[in-house]
Write a protein that binds this ligand. Sequence first.
Ligand code: ADP
Ligand code: MG
Length: 211
Amino acid sequence: MKTLFILEAMTTVNQAILSSESELESLDRAIGDGDHFINLKRGCAALLAMHDELSPLAPAEVLQRMGMKLLSTIGGASGPLLATFFMTLAKAEKTSDVSTLADIASAFQASVDAVKQRGKADRGEKTMLDTLIPVAETFTQLTQQDTDRLLLLTALQQAAEQGMQSTREMIATKGRASFLGERAIGHIDPGARSSQIIIHTICELAKTKIA
Ligand code: ADP
Ligand code: MG
């Protein structure tokens, strides 16, 4: 991974989150407490404020500082989980050279596994993991098959979209939505949608980098 790409991704993800305000707010109002957008907005703003401090640093250090900042600013259930994701990516960068797509896929998989452990959750519980787990699986599979980059990025976007949509018919067994029982059915999970927005945005950015 490259610091420049991480910082560009941070800027575009911030824009994408800001433009999804009403949708994210209403999803969390339906099955949570309505603060998911504001939590993410606060996290993104804190990261953007670090831009100049981060730009001279190595990717491992950038990701580590981003994770720490998210931990102290987002709060809620999603803050520590997103922080865990970044800090695990940082660890992968620190311990090995994450340069090929297969390396990035394996760092992504390790980060999703860390989120699973931290939240004691898995696929099918109506959380962000329903977006993240299928993306990690697709990423690993397609990099093993040496798929064309554009096809790979599109496949990751599709996996995220399908995973996010799959939460609609689920009962939640983790997080605030689990208090609702069957009343959560019919609503997409806000964390699954925000994760999908983030993945979609980063893949779009990565597509513009393909020579
Ligand atoms: P809070 O639920 O504390 O208000 P947010 O609204 O910011 O925090 O985030 C809610 C999202 O967090 C949910 O939509 C869900 O995707 C995610 N989430 C909650 N608990 C877990 C968990 N144990 N594992 C994974 N994701 C979770
Ligand atoms: Mg909430």
